[in-house]
Design a protein around this ligand. Structure first.
Ligand code: ZN
Length: 299
């Protein structure tokens, strides 16, 4: 059996999976916030406990941020206290087990490849709509990483000339328009401009990526406009990706994919090219399943 670990900003998810990547048991702990080393130590404790219960043959770890997978080091991550933090070596020393480390977006893709739609389709794209926009490319049942391992950064393809500035140093990147952060930005603006709308009423103390979808489902026309604008931007990037790759299927993951057909039906109507668009069935399990899948020789 394999142990997959999915490091997130608020919690660390663990999952024990069998050889077919079915989940045997899963659990989570709060993410220690102080030092990167304290996160690694917390993971080691859980791994040792888990190994008492299951014959764990390897540990796969997925983390946000910039990863040096070969050295097993997390160089940095925007919402976590990692800075050139060694991960695989201290864990291997503590547990005596093989440990591999990779980027969380790649892990989500591997999860989809080995336990999700990848079982049914050969050519697939994964688009993750979260705080940023991540991506993954599967060609002929194999992940494609490019020469430096970072292919599939769909979030940083430019969809708007001279558009919104992005942290990567360019302007008009896809994730400035299609991420949860972008949707929240549109929602905040609409609430300010329409203080008497149902959207404003439902937004309460905190606006998140669900607020506009929830108000739209209750029939709010302002919220409908927000979702429409968001999906129009999303459609531009998705259409470009279809033109580039002609995938059999595009699988959406990340927080916004939980909206299911509320997201996909309007998106389908805005896309001219024929393509199969679906939301991941793995949901929150994709991260640890994919983290465990990194242990496969062919991954
Ligand atoms: Zn960018």
């Amino acid at each position: 059996m394999k142990l997959g670990v999915d490091i997130g900003g608020t919690e660390i998810k663990f999952g024990v999976v069998d050889d077919a990547f079915a989940t045997v048991e899963k659990f989570a702990i709060p993410t220690p916030r102080k030092y990167g080393e304290s996160i690694v130590e917390a993971i080691a404790e859980v791994c040792l406990e888990t190994a008492k219960k299951y014959p764990v043959e390897g540990i796969g770890i997925g983390s946000p941020g910039i990863i040096d997978g070969r050295e097993g080091v997390i160089l940095r991550a925007s919402n976590l206290p990692f800075l050139n933090t060694p991960v695989t070596e201290p864990l291997r020393a503590r547990t005596g087990t093989r440990v591999v480390l990779g980027n969380d977006a790649s892990c989500a893709m591997l999860g989809e490849l080995y336990a999700g739609y990848g079982r049914e389709y050969d050519d697939m794209l994964m688009i993750t709509l979260g705080t940023g926009v991540g991506g993954g490319i599967i060609i002929d049942k194999k992940p494609y990483f490019g020469k430096n391992g970072s292919a599939g950064e769909f979030g940083h393809m430019v969809v708007e000339f001279d558009g919104l500035p992005c942290g990567c140093g360019r302007k008009g990147c896809f994730e400035k328009y299609a991420s949860v952060s972008a949707l929240i930005g549109l929602t905040v603006r609409a609430v300010e401009e329409n203080p008497k709308s149902l959207l404003a009423e439902m937004s309460g103390a905190k606006i998140d990526g669900r607020t506009a979808f929830n108000a739209m489902k209750e029939g709010c026309p302002v919220a409908q406009q927000v979702v429409d604008e968001y999906i129009s931007h999303l459609a531009v990037g998705v259409e470009n990706l279809i033109m580039l790759f002609q995938p059999e299927i595009i699988v959406f993951g990340g927080a916004i994919s939980n909206e299911g057909d509320w997201l996909l039906n309007p998106l389908r109507s805005k896309i001219v090219t024929d393509a199969l668009l679906v939301c991941s069935r793995l949901k929150n399990d994709a991260g640890y399943i994919g983290a465990a899948a990194q242990l496969l020789d062919e991954a």
